[in-house]
Ligand binder design. Structure first.
Ligand code: FES
Length: 291
């Protein structure tokens, strides 16, 4: 029965609708999965913690007064976010409660635009406005195709067993993703003490990109005061930053985030909510090593 509902929902759609369903449903399911499987998303000690992100967004969003209420309950808000994103993705991909999922997706995109990508300039570099338009287009297409007929989105209301089964799939997916995240967290980190570069090849005033012990790209600096390093993963949406030797800043190509490596990785501009995380490095003998 569920298979029929899903297959029928795809059969009844024209090509543009199928493309939008696939793109939006797939992306939103992946968005929820990616959060659920990211060990830092619910880790209060991480700069990527959802609470730190909400705090950062609250500073610059027109909904800041509203967001501040969520900081205390950030973990619950984070879990809810991943569940809602996955539910929207599943709804759009399966056709189950599809119209509700589309309206939900449009509201969430609108909310993300007002919070996460509000300061992205020019606006077309932010993804949420584009998603909002895609949701509206998909809703219009679905309404057009089911004009005067019962949309497949209401079918499961008549079949509780199917609904419960699909709910089970969603909950299992979240548990599996969170299990994967725990596993990832427990994997041994690369040993510290590994050499990054010889001092002779990296004089005072040098900067270089290297791979941190956790496998992520990072930037290493050497000044008269010593050596220090930062993650090259932007704290906004995870793009890789690059060093600009003229402005002496780490710049994000995605939405214009800028960080000051000579001041603790502080945010100088753009939407990133928190400074770049630091990596521990030290001078040992004739080399710079992971500390
Ligand atoms: S990912 Fe958006 S500013 Fe870096």
């Amino acid at each position: 029965m569920a298979r029929n509902v899903i297959a029928d929902s795809w059969r009844q759609n024209n090509l543009p609708t199928k493309i939008l369903r696939l793109a939006l449903g797939g992306t939103w399911f992946y968005g929820g999965w990616q959060k659920a499987s990211d060990p830092t998303f619910l880790d209060k000690a991480s700069t990527n913690y959802i609470g730190a992100q909400i705090q950062g967004y609250a500073k610059s969003s027109p909904l800041g007064f509203f967001l501040r209420h969520f900081v205390e309950h950030a973990t619950q808000a984070g879990v809810l976010t991943m569940l809602v994103e996955m539910a929207i993705g599943i709804g759009v991909l399966t056709g189950i409660w599809m119209q509700a999922a589309i309206i939900g997706g449009a509201f969430v995109s609108f909310g993300l635009w007002l919070t996460v990508t509000w300061h992205v300039y020019p606006y077309f570099l932010g993804s949420d406005t584009a998603y909002l338009v895609m949701w509206i287009a998909l809703f219009a297409l679905i309404r057009q195709q089911y004009a005067g007929r019962k949309a497949p989105s209401v079918l499961p209301l008549n079949d509780r067993r199917e609904f419960v089964r699909l709910l089970g799939i969603g909950v299992t997916a979240v548990i599996a993703a969170m299990g994967a995240s725990k596993l990832q967290k427990s994997l041994p980190k690369a040993a510290s003490g590994g050499e990054i570069v010889k001092l002779a090849k990296f004089p005072v005033g040098s900067t270089m990109q290297y791979t941190a012990p956790d496998g992520n790209p990072a930037y290493l600096f050497r000044t008269a005061a010593g050596v220090f390093a930062y993650s090259a993963i932007c704290t906004h949406q995870g793009c890789v930053v690059s060093y600009n030797s003229l402005s002496k800043t780490l710049n994000c190509p995605c939405h214009g985030g800028r960080f000051d490596p000579y001041n603790g990785g502080a945010v100088l501009g753009g939407p990133p909510p928190t400074p770049l995380p630091k990596y521990k490095v030290a001078i040992k003998g004739d080399a710079i090593v992971n500390a």
